[in-house]
Design a protein around this ligand. Structure first.
Ligand SMILES: [Zn+2]
Length: 407
């Protein structure tokens, strides 16, 4: 007859149940709350069935313990501390075979691994048999297309991504949006990914607390400013947001004749639609033509975000009207030297496209084209669907927001 050892969860033990762990059932991105009492604190994931339970210091009355006895599921991880426990043996478990679970819960990157990210062309197989490319994974739709397309676009901005892959870069900030954006970045680029997809649940929740609209351009603008404010450091004048995106334009001013203003994104006006428009003919305009109406640029950023002002509110009906004019833009060799003040020409002025957000016709419905660095191939991503796309499709799409990178 075997007797149950006295539980001592500070003690490390050899768990006999590690082979009952079922990685297919693990999803660490759902809302972390107990299935029974809905408490958000002290949550443990059952590593056999993947369900979450309140652990209440792992006491015998806790919902986690009751589940372990009823279902004979013995191995758990504390979602906050990432410590593993065998509830029936009453001990903590630390075994190298659990490293992949610890990584999935809280992905960490070495400098070497980050350097390899853009060279990797290897598709991996998720546990359900689906294939995925780390960094190019689908995102579950949290009822917000505009969040997913924005995230997918920003994930192509290499210095921004690399910054957020190392939590020590932003551990000092209390901004929930900064922390959740960092966590999401690490999950999107992490391999192996058990499911081959990511649910941006925590990030969407943090965003929804503060941002109430549903447009990817407004959201990108809000997100960059929020990240910028969250990363403010009195000891440093700049931060990763400014380093990547901040440019400067010159307006004709009233007082000293000239005034300069920084920007993170440039909005471009589309030509007005003809009064009687044949609905079969969509007007087209070269990007260079609409750039001419922009204020003169005095400093070009490393990453240039351009957005087309497609939507206007009809003052009578307050309905949003869309200008469907197609903008002809180049994927490579966007040369902007004619648009900047000549004396500032010491910086590169040629750009290459890395992301393109497109409004797909239905209200609040968006899709995104992103470039994969290692092979310079294009993918279209709509939530969980990631599909290779010819570059001609990207070039002929109805661009809403473009991200260009110094070439
Ligand atoms: Zn279970």
């Amino acid at each position: 007859m075997s007797t149950r050892p006295i539980p001592d969860f500070e003690r490390l033990g050899n768990c006999r149940h590690l082979d009952t762990i079922n990685r297919k059932n693990l999803d660490f991105e759902r809302e972390k709350l107990c299935l029974v009492c809905c408490k958000h604190s002290d949550v443990y994931a059952c590593l056999v069935c993947g369900k979450y339970f309140h652990g209440k210091s792992r006491s015998l009355q806790s919902h986690a313990f009751i589940h372990s006895v009823k279902s004979r599921h013995y191995v758990y991880v504390n979602m906050k501390t990432a410590k593993f426990y065998c509830l029936i043996d009453g001990c903590q478990v630390n075994h190298s075979s659990l490293d992949d679970i610890r990584q999935a819960l809280n992905p960490r990157f070495s400098r070497d691994r980050v350097l390899q990210l853009d060279r990797n062309v290897q598709w991996l197989k998720a546990l359900n048999g689906s294939h995925y490319l780390p960094g190019m994974v689908g995102l579950r739709n949290m009822e917000a297309d505009f969040v997913n397309v924005t995230i997918q676009s920003l994930m192509r901005v290499t210095p921004l991504r690399n910054f957020f892959l190392f939590p020590e870069n932003y551990v000092h900030t209390k901004s929930e949006v900064v922390q959740r954006f960092g966590e999401l970045t690490r999950k999107i680029w992490h391999a192996p990914n058990f499911k081959g997809q990511v649910s941006p649940f925590e990030f969407s929740k943090a965003v929804r607390r503060e941002f109430g609209k549903s447009d990817p351009v407004e959201f990108t603008s809000w997100l960059l400013k929020t990240l910028h404010n969250g990363l403010q450091n009195p000891n440093r004048r700049s931060n990763i947001i400014c380093d990547c995106f901040k440019g400067e334009v010159q307006f004709a001013g009233n007082t000293d004749g000239r005034s300069r203003k920084g920007f993170l994104m440039l909005g471009l006006d589309l030509p007005a639609l003809p009064v009687s428009m044949d609905s079969n003919i969509i007007p087209e305009v070269p990007l260079f033509d609409i750039l001419k109406d922009c204020p003169r640029v005095t400093k070009l950023p490393r990453y240039l975000i351009l957005h087309m002002r497609r939507f206007t509110k009809n003052s009578l009906s307050s309905v949003q009207e869309k200008n469907p004019t197609l903008v002809n833009f180049p994927l490579k060799n966007l040369e902007l030297k004619d648009y900047i003040i000549p004396s500032r020409l010491c910086v590169p002025s040629k750009y290459e496209l890395i992301a393109n957000i497109v409004h797909d016709g239905k209200p609040s419905s968006y899709t995104v084209f992103v470039q994969q660095k290692s092979e310079q191939l294009w993918y279209q991503i709509r939530d969980l669907h990631v599909v290779r796309t010819p570059s001609q499709t990207v070039a002929s799409s109805e661009a809403y927001m473009l991200i260009y990178e110094w070439q």
